[in-house]
Ligand binder design. Structure first.
Ligand code: ADP
Length: 260
């Protein structure tokens, strides 16, 4: 890829993760978690060994999207054992707090928990670790950029709306500031194809992210349409199951996964 660095490899003993991909966005609600989670499952279906880390410590949504519960155990040498969705290991702050409990922390605790999720979790050998970043702020990005495991690239999710694009540009600038390479932009909620008449409606507009990527000399990784099946699956805790079983819903995600 002309703009992406070669996959970063960790030199640290015990960490056997080939490529870490951080999925971020400029603001909430653009589908960052849905895209991160769906992308992890899609990469796995394409034959890779994948893990999913929910770094949205204050608003973890991966356990809900995947319908996962349980308290992670510790291995004898004190590593966190991830909770599995099929074969996919997942770690999230959501496994450590009650669903309606707020996480109120100062920066250093956030920093520490992110480093534990990354470095003290029994991930095994992975081709990809997908990280669902919190929206906007640079806290977690800063921690990741200073951590032991290099981030190969950040995927920035945005919707076609002008405001979302402005926020995406801020997110890109934030990644660049902390020296995390940006792998590219994904346009989510890019149009809706009516299942009855097959006509496409560009509800939030379309093409804005592609133009913005070009303007910023970044790869455009693809567009994901508004798909009520994904929304329903996420709400019902069945996102992983639906991505695994529904090839039509998965098709646009496969394009993005292959563009990485
Ligand atoms: P974020 O992580 O950016 O806050 P979420 O992934 O939680 O966003 O998504 C916000 C809402 O939009 C969720 O209800 C999710 O199901 C829905 N959503 C996200 N992407 C899509 C899509 N491509 N089609 C339909 N609904 C989507």
């Amino acid at each position: 890829h002309p703009h992406a660095r070669p996959p970063a490899r960790s030199g640290q003993a015990g960490l056997r993760i080939k490529t870490v991909i951080a999925v971020g966005s400029g603001k909430g609600g653009v589908g960052k978690s849905t895209v991160a989670a769906s992308l992890a499952v899609t990469l796995e279906l394409l034959g890779a060994k994948v893990g999913l880390m929910d770094a949205d410590v204050y608003g973890p949504s991966i356990p809900h999207l995947f319908g996962l519960t349980g308290k992670p155990e510790l291995t004898p040498n004190k590593k966190i054992v991830p909770i599995k969705s099929g074969d996919l290991p997942v770690i999230s702050m959501g496994f450590f707090v009650e669903p309606d409990q707020a996480v109120i922390w100062r920066g250093p605790m956030l920093h520490q928990s992110i480093n534990q999720f990354l470095g003290e979790t029994d991930w095994g050998e992975l081709d990809y670790l997908v990280i669902d970043m919190p929206p906007g702020t640079g806290d977690v990005a800063l921690t990741l950029s200073q951590g032991a495991v290099p981030i190969a690239g950040a995927v920035v999710v945005c919707t076609p709306q002008e405001v979302a694009l402005l926020d995406a540009v801020k997110a890109i600038s934030m990644f660049r500031t902390v020296k995390i390479p940006v792998a590219g932009i994904v346009e989510n909620m890019s149009g809706f194809v009516c299942p009855d008449c097959h006509k496409r409606y560009d509800i939030f507009g379309s093409g804005g992210a592609r133009d913005k990527a070009e303007e910023l000399s970044l790869p455009f990784l693809g567009e994901l349409p508004i798909d009520p099946i994904l929304r329903k699956a996420g709400d019902a805790g069945e996102l992983a199951a639906v991505i695994r079983s529904d090839a039509r819903a998965r098709a646009p995600l496969e394009k993005v996964a292959r563009a990485l």
